[in-house]
Design a protein around this ligand. Structure first.
Ligand code: MN
Length: 200
């Protein structure tokens, strides 16, 4: 497994997410998950499975290997997804079919944003808040702890925010709600709609 390049410059998400945070987050934290994942899978035959496929079928792995792969494979998959769902050219809202589905499920984008933000603000400790398509093919706001992946619960991720302090502490310190507000200025709504369309 290898660290993917960021799809934009380190400073491209300024002022909402700062360059220093992006450098440390991508080059150090994400790299470290990749390195530890590669160690964790030594001696295991994964065939040609992607990390997403590995996490979706985690129970097929030997029990004593699951935890380090959930933690570091989840770290790799979650961060790879996070970089893609952010954009310097954000339209700040999902578009098209996804926008319609959000209105249907959450009444309005503003309502969705408030519910998603509340889940993210109140998530205790380290983890992630997600908009997913669940097993019933419905949009749902969920959270995962640590580096657990929604894929392991059978959910398909559409949008996410990293709630680990390393994602915001340099710029926002303890002000997680400000970071969450800023996140909505850099979401890649077109990518989210793309994922939504593929999952339906
Ligand atoms: Mn992170």
């Amino acid at each position: 497994f290898t660290l993917p390049d960021l799809p934009y410059d380190y400073n491209a998400l300024e002022p909402h997410i700062d360059e220093q945070t992006m450098k440390v987050h991508h080059d150090k934290h994400h790299q470290s998950y990749v390195d530890k994942l590669n160690k964790a899978v030594e001696g295991i035959d994964l065939g040609n499975k992607t990390i997403q496929e590995v996490l979706s079928s985690i129970n097929e792995l030997p029990q004593d290997k699951q935890t380090p792969i959930i933690n570091n494979g989840g770290g790799h998959a979650n961060h790879s997804f996070f970089w893609e769902i952010l954009s310097p050219n954000s339209n700040k809202q999902p578009t098209g079919n996804l926008a319609e589905a959000i209105n249907k499920t959450f009444q309005s984008f503003d309502n969705f944003k408030e519910e998603f933000s509340n889940s993210a603000i109140t998530k205790f400790g380290s983890g992630w808040a997600w908009l997913v398509i669940n097993k019933n093919k419905e949009l749902e706001i969920t959270t995962t702890s640590n580096q657990d992946s929604p894929l392991s619960e059978g959910n398909t991720p559409i949008l996410t925010i990293d709630l680990w302090e390393h994602a915001y502490y340099l710029k926002y310190q303890n002000r997680r709600p400000e970071y969450i507000e800023a996140f909505f200025n850099v979401i890649n709504g077109e990518k989210a709609e793309d994922l939504f369309n593929k999952a339906n």
